[in-house]
Design a protein around this ligand. Sequence first.
Ligand code: MN
Length: 310
Amino acid sequence: MYKKAWDKIINARYIVIVSHVYPDGDTIGSTLALFSVLKELGKKAMLYNASIEELPREFNFLDGFSKIQGKLPNFFDLLVCCDCASFDRLGVKKGDYQIVNLDHHVSNKKFGNINVVLENASSAGVVLYKLLKANSVHVSKKTAMALYTSMADDTDFFKYREISSSTFEIASELIKCGADPKRVASKVKSRLSLAKIRLIAYMLSNFDLHYDATVASIVIDKAILKKTGAKRSDTKNIVNMLLDIVNVKVAFVVIEFNEFCKISLRSDGDRDIVKISTLYGGGGHKNAAGFNVNNSNTIATCQEVLNLLR
Ligand SMILES: [Mn+2]
């Protein structure tokens, strides 16, 4: 599988590397890592993201970030996506090209011509790292920084997901290759926007508790987004903070954007919330999942989720 995927990449003429819409650090880090590898090998490649106007700026310290484009080239024969569970996460049209799908979501739809989907990997960055290692590809400092960022961001700095000795072995290898954990942490964790801080302040003053304070939830409507100045990227992972409350086992936030409403769920231990998100056509992981609904369904959906959680 690793060999097939790499052969496909190495033999392509022009490769488009795609991160998912409304990207996070995992999809950005892994695609930038692949871009730096391909550039070092002299391959023709470009970086594409369909929601270019909403790239999370905390990752702008990574090499290649400024090269991400919102427009596809006229010709390309291979698309490689990282961290994309379904084809609609790519924000591209189907066409005359092949797809290599590198991912770690349990909900991955295996839509590629070649799918390297490792459900136990803590991030898509780990999947790419294993692909590179299996093919004896050199990991430069640039590549290591991007891969380390991908790993750190998707585990919230080694706090969530499948964290094992192998996670730290890979992190250790990346540090040997030049990744700088302190620099990544300070860039990713300590440059929050004022809007995000204001949104968190609202959330922490207004959340609800259910079922003996084992479930925490909050609805963030358009008026709150407007008042705090928060953009979609500012809402990323704020739900984690509700899960940090002692005794809370599941937390979810309902955020009303203009076109649709996004529900993000988090849980701890064996509480598998991807079972809930897939009921609504969403996806994710056992402890971190999400889905979108029509704006008019918000209240009903909120109640349904609570009933399911009971
Ligand atoms: Mn991921």
